[in-house]
Design a protein around this ligand. Sequence first.
Ligand SMILES: *[C@@H]1O[C@H](CO)[C@@H](O)[C@H](O)[C@H]1NC(C)=O
Ligand SMILES: *[C@@H]1O[C@H](CO)[C@@H](O)[C@H](O)[C@H]1NC(C)=O
Ligand SMILES: *[C@@H]1O[C@H](CO)[C@@H](O)[C@H](O)[C@H]1NC(C)=O
Ligand SMILES: *[C@@H]1O[C@H](CO)[C@@H](O)[C@H](O)[C@H]1NC(C)=O
Ligand SMILES: *[C@@H]1O[C@H](CO)[C@@H](O)[C@H](O)[C@H]1NC(C)=O
Ligand SMILES: *[C@@H]1O[C@H](CO)[C@@H](O)[C@H](O)[C@H]1NC(C)=O
Ligand SMILES: *[C@@H]1O[C@H](CO)[C@@H](O)[C@H](O)[C@H]1NC(C)=O
Ligand SMILES: *[C@@H]1O[C@H](CO)[C@@H](O)[C@H](O)[C@H]1NC(C)=O
Ligand SMILES: *[C@@H]1O[C@H](CO)[C@@H](O)[C@H](O)[C@H]1NC(C)=O
Ligand SMILES: *[C@@H]1O[C@H](CO)[C@@H](O)[C@H](O)[C@H]1NC(C)=O
Ligand SMILES: *[C@@H]1O[C@H](CO)[C@@H](O)[C@H](O)[C@H]1NC(C)=O
Ligand SMILES: *[C@@H]1O[C@H](CO)[C@@H](O)[C@H](O)[C@H]1NC(C)=O
Length: 668
Amino acid sequence: MLLPVFAVLTLFAGSAVAECPFKYQKPDDLGHTVDKYPQTPDGSSKKGIFYMNRISPGGSRLYVANSDGSNMKPLESNKTAGFDLHPSWSPDGQWVVFTSERRGDGQADIYRIKSDGTELNTLVQTDAFDDAGTISPDGTKLAYVSTLGNFTTNIWVKDLRTGQTHNLTDTAATRGDPASPQGHFRPAWSPDSEWIAFSSDRNTDWTGHSNGTGWEHTQTLSIYAIRPNGSDFRRVVSKPGYSLGTPQWSPDGRRILFNVVRTEDTYNAHGISSSVARVTGQVASVDFHTGRDIVVYTSGDHLKVGQHWIGNSSNIGYLIKGGDNEGINYTLPDSTHSAFNLTYLRDPSWSPDGTKLVFEVLSWDVRSAGKQLFSWDEEWEYRFIDTFPLLSNTTGRIALTEKQLGNSSVITSTGNLTDQIDSFDVYKVWSSKNKTNEEWVETGTGGAFQPTWNQDGSQIAVGLGVWFAGRNDDTGTIYLANTTGNGFQDLTKTPSTLNAGFPSFSPSGNKLVYRLWDVTSQSPLGLRILDLETGRTTNLTTGWDNTPGWSPDGERIVFTRQVNWTTEYGSRWYADRFDIMTIRPDGSDLTRIPDSLANDAHAVWSYDGRILWSSGQYAFRDECILYDQTFQPYGQIMVMDADGSNKRLLTDSMWEDSMPMYLPKDAL
Ligand SMILES: *[C@@H]1O[C@H](CO)[C@@H](O)[C@H](O)[C@H]1NC(C)=O
Ligand SMILES: *[C@@H]1O[C@H](CO)[C@@H](O)[C@H](O)[C@H]1NC(C)=O
Ligand SMILES: *[C@@H]1O[C@H](CO)[C@@H](O)[C@H](O)[C@H]1NC(C)=O
Ligand SMILES: *[C@@H]1O[C@H](CO)[C@@H](O)[C@H](O)[C@H]1NC(C)=O
Ligand SMILES: *[C@@H]1O[C@H](CO)[C@@H](O)[C@H](O)[C@H]1NC(C)=O
Ligand SMILES: *[C@@H]1O[C@H](CO)[C@@H](O)[C@H](O)[C@H]1NC(C)=O
Ligand SMILES: *[C@@H]1O[C@H](CO)[C@@H](O)[C@H](O)[C@H]1NC(C)=O
Ligand SMILES: *[C@@H]1O[C@H](CO)[C@@H](O)[C@H](O)[C@H]1NC(C)=O
Ligand SMILES: *[C@@H]1O[C@H](CO)[C@@H](O)[C@H](O)[C@H]1NC(C)=O
Ligand SMILES: *[C@@H]1O[C@H](CO)[C@@H](O)[C@H](O)[C@H]1NC(C)=O
Ligand SMILES: *[C@@H]1O[C@H](CO)[C@@H](O)[C@H](O)[C@H]1NC(C)=O
Ligand SMILES: *[C@@H]1O[C@H](CO)[C@@H](O)[C@H](O)[C@H]1NC(C)=O
């Protein structure tokens, strides 16, 4: 089975998750060798390197084929790498409009190209996320999605003659409740160019999967319509407990086609392949004017997405996502419109005459460490890195958990990723012949997570154990290891009824803060501080707390808390609310950094005493069931001062971005 990587924010995964959707990928599973560290980041022309992790496919390429899958060819024959996504055929049949990250890994703009692969033009180019472009039937306008202006996805219209753009969904008449998700996705023109239909999760709650007990959010979409001048905004159809996506108009403009999936299933629909294969979703239509008369066209197993009416006919083509039947199917197959299988085919769009099909196919190469990414902050060079990177300010070396590119062991290296040392190999404690241990590593549920440097950089502490939902079944304990890899010891000797992990050293190196979990009651015990000189452990907090980090000046500890939880709730919570907190090491001055109702989590200190974290507050960037092998595609990286002021977004991609670390030039 292919990929799954690492869900960064998912350290708090809900107790009700039966199967943990995180899998470590052996590079050789891909059938080729990934050169783990081919690039040596420099960063000297900037303030330094901004390292970060991204969970996404390794690439995506566009193909054109006949409607039965025959004669499949790359749209741009000379393009082999990068991300080209979300194609739509122009109504005159000449162009394919698509999203591309060709300006830099993670940075999406909108282009068009003739369907024979010639004449590439740029349609929308901003440093925001620009996506899902579609040309009006009268050929004068482009409707698209952009996060320009306030980081959430709005529907925009560009006049292709004047170049003028305006948004439709952040106006006084249309703006939703700012405390709610604010996503607007997949615009579609009516045949007379008078209306734009789209999907949106506006005014819904931030709700975890597994009936609210899970940590990753579900998505509840309804279908809306608006005129391109911004008037006559209305909701066309919704269904309580279900998500309705990807509207498409009938050839006569009277009906709107959409997909329907249970809100609960919107999470598994973008997880690992085996979860996707179990999801069921159907294709239906509704009368546009009345919002009634729902007709369902498909039945049975499988998730169906990417639905379109074919040409002027009543035949509907769609994508079966996941499982053995993944590929294209038709409600009324004929000699030229017949089903075909193709793994990781996504976003089909048919030519106006229904004879041809354009789509993307995803690939899953893992990015090599140090790979250059698009820099949203021009003062810093953005580069990809594996998980839990941490700088030793004494030696200028970094420690990290090699999760996407290794077996969840700790390596240390220079800031430019040279001189790597296996500082703590999980298989020095676990046995590579023990099936349970091997499965923890292979599925990514266990390993050596969150290394932390001691004062002089000669040792690291790290949690070795089983994390995510696995913390309810197995132990975790904290190891101290020499960075040379020549020795280690179990520091906390945690009993099997408890799970200790996610340590952080005080700058002086004589104390260690970590989080403790009760395996038996499946509930949190808060943060603990171990004094390495006296051997005494004290209770710092008693909340649903994790990923503590000691500030460089020693004054505060930052951590993430599920703020809806109290001890009476036991092993679950009743609202999906995580926020960043800070506290003094003596337990005084507990401070919540006020933020969104979305999840804000996984905070770390920057070298200069600011706080970096992952936030879901700008919401999904696409209909979530259309993603693959990812867990929180709304995660973006933010930075703020330690008191919560000067918040800034540092990424604006469609992917799950996390695990940030500034590496200033003088540490290189
Ligand atoms: C690749 O194809 C694009 C679009 O057809 C074209 O603009 C470009 O010049 C081609 N590049 C090369 C190197 O052939
Ligand atoms: C959207 O348009 C409205 C009305 O023109 C404007 O007030 C608002 O600032 C725009 N929003 C964004 C994000 O540009
Ligand atoms: C988006 O930006 C507009 C101003 O351009 C603002 O009025 C609106 O509240 C913003 N929306 C959110 C969700 O921040
Ligand atoms: C959610 O709640 C329903 C109704 O109580 C129950 O049937 C279902 O099993 C629950 N699902 C999960 C994943 O907890
Ligand atoms: C494909 O479509 C045909 C005809 O509509 C239908 O009978 C068949 O069940 C579909 N296949 C799958 C795997 O859903
Ligand atoms: C797709 O693959 C499945 C499983 O191998 C097979 O049962 C099915 O017939 C195939 N469908 C088509 C259209 O080839
Ligand atoms: C395999 O590892 C697990 C977890 O560490 C342990 O409980 C079990 O006893 C081990 N099995 C053997 C045969 O050593
Ligand atoms: C680190 O190395 C030193 C010197 O070889 C050794 O005495 C010590 O026990 C090691 N530390 C650990 C934690 O194994
Ligand atoms: C610390 O927490 C434990 C539960 O893990 C509790 O039994 C103990 O009483 C607490 N100690 C103090 C001093 O509050
Ligand atoms: C490392 O951090 C400590 C504690 O804040 C500070 O005193 C020291 O100057 C820092 N060292 C370097 C090289 O930045
Ligand atoms: C947790 O959420 C539930 C449901 O929204 C709410 O009733 C309750 O007051 C919240 N509790 C806390 C402590 O925030
Ligand atoms: C990498 O970093 C090390 C240590 O800072 C330095 O000695 C070396 O020259 C750097 N290598 C390159 C290729 O920049």
